[in-house]
Design a protein around this ligand. Sequence first.
Ligand code: AHR
Length: 817
Amino acid sequence: MSRIQIHTKEKRFPVAPDLYGLFFEDINRAGDGGLYPEMLRNRSFEDSLLPEGCITKDGGKTFVSPTGWIEEFNGGEGMNDWVKNHPVAPTPIPAWYSENAEITLNGEDTLNKNRRVSLQTSFRPGGVIRNIGFCGVPQEKGRRYHLYAFIKADRPVTLEVSIAEGKNISACGKIKVCPGDYTRHDLELTASITTRNAELRIMCGEEAVVNFGFISLMPCDTFMGHGLRVDLVEKLRDLHPSFLRFPGGCIVEGFTKQTAMYFKNTVGPVWERPSHWLLWHYRTTNGLGFHEYLQLCEDLGISPLYVCNCGMSCQGRQPYYFTEDETKEMLEDTLAALEYARGPVSSKWGALRAKMGHAEPFPLRYLEIGNENGGPEYERRYKLVRKAVLERYPDITIIANDRGRGEILEADMVDDHYYNMPEFFAENVGIYDSYDRTKPNVFVGEFAVNQTYEGQLRAAISEAMFMVGLERNQDTVKLASYAPLLENVNFSSWYPNLIIFDNRRSYAIPTYYVWRMFGRNRGDYVVKSEEETGKIYRDFHGLPMVCGDFGMRFRNAVYNGKPVAPTRELLGKIVPEGDEYILAEDPESVFAKHPAPFHVPGFAALGEDLESREGVFEAEVFAEEGKEIGVGVLCAPKPLSFYDRMNPNPHGEWMLTNLEPLRFVIRDRKAQIVRGTIMPKPVSEQKPVELAAGRFHKLRCEVAEGFLRCYINGKFVVSTELPHYPTMASVTTVTDREVIIKAVNFANTADEIAISLDCEVESDYTLSILSGAADAENSFENPDNVHDEVVPRSGAAKEFRYTAPPLSVSVLRLRKK
Ligand code: AHR
């Protein structure tokens, strides 16, 4: 049983008005063929072009960037998995097929200077070319579709255009092409049948050479007529978001200068926008560009939050740091973007905005400089961009990626990202409770459970715990968004994603409903509340381990009275030597090949007892001057999985970062318990210890009753409570008339919560509730299996009880008397 005591009269601070928003990134083909409902894949015919500067050594299966980053390419089809699941064998010009006609890419005769190829087609009489879309071109009976194409021919020809599945023709029309330069042709097609796997066919009755410069097919009905897919935008709207962070994510960074995002490539007529290879394994034609994002924000009544590149590519993908001139060019691009959004129509970019149909400026107030960048290279570029932007737009809220090392970076906010397991989010409900309020405010720009229960209810509930923590700290946590947002199920490159779609359907994962509940129930002020609740200790993997600088020697390891030998080399190699073992560096490891800028110790697990959750581990470890030695336990829930549903680079169950070691480390005669692998977090005091170098010492860890206690040569040194999380977390906000209580029960049992208030309330109240089995999830077949419900309830009073179901989020809206 838990208790919540609510002091409605003690207002802590107003709610952050923009707290919940959206983060859109073009990943999983979320853009073309998704939110931007282009129905033809490879509409510019450029998909098979290698990203500029990259080379392939295996006939196009993969490419390698100038800095050595290797990616799956498959001739422009993208990921290996997509090719594996391809409905028909891929062709050299992705998504395009021909019968009785030759298709080739023509790099000389293109539509305009930004189009790098055209599709040159030599038709024989009755020849056909076909486009299979994004796993089919869907047709809905009675729905209208708009096709346009830029075409040139060597003689007058009539092209018969149809959308058909097998023998069933859904729609057809004719295009008459006269010889001459590229000419635009438009057709409106109305579907006469509903079908999923149709294709576009273009047939020519006579022999002719026809060049296609660009072709597009889109539904005529889009959200508010602004070109975006209705069901997807409606789902976004229903979350009640306040902002949209765009366009990424890692795609802002790219893995080369050419694969980074440039605003200038994303505005103007879409057929004139250069395409580029996105870091998430496909090419974009940039139809979903800067203007389209701003328009979406206007249509949803939300604030745009633009993420610009600051002059570097992704630091996790063999980075390229732009030269000074290249950085300046990128900065110019950012300033141009801001002028496009905010400049007067008399300015160069403001004029283009007006030409695109929007004379009024867009209210762009947030700018994030870089994505997931850090370190001195970032800090230098960040300062340059910030200064230049603030000189022109002093009111813009500047968001940094990093707080800076040494000196704190000047920023209005810093964007923190978290991808982890449910226990992490529950455990970190208080992560911002003691955040230093003199530091920049916080934007939690990306977070999601992506390890264990991903896309399922238990993950959603743990994220709700974390969001309670964000709400409790709205004086400094100003913005938050889930990531990623959208996934075309046939082109998945990341899991989970908030909304999943195919060509005609969409559904949301359970997390979506948490966001909808929190977005709909904001209140005006966060008030003081106190809670008493249970505690759950994080589960153990059940194995002890040794850890320390490479070369560490140990012997006589014993777990629960039984001798144990090393069984898993988690980082480094175990070399047996007589009755001793040496924890040695593995010359094949990534850290051996690319020395890390942080301390990398070795780790090895011992024994096979995966079941015990308490125990005593002892080992004799050889101490050496200046070297770190240690023992510990592995601290992670089972079963472990990491992107296990689809990850193209699956990590094993024994991936070290998932195991969260809790370890007793000694270096330079100072001992401490730390948590984690690289850049671990201290979780005990640091104690000076007597430890003679050049001999073995008995290190001992005891796990019992929720504590880890550590000893050297039989003498107690330090202890720490084992990682744990509360079973329930709550936050309360108020308006003049209402008290809004959000209570998240992360336990597997119901919690009867005793609620007490300092004001009288009506008995009748409204409850929004989300609960279910830990592994409950939604699917195309059962899209509403997990969702929140809003139900009337009664029984509220100054003191009352509310029973929160197991694994649940409850929002109680009480009316003040
Ligand atoms: O959301 C997916 C990716 O995760 C984003 O591109 C990046 O910012 C983060 O690493």
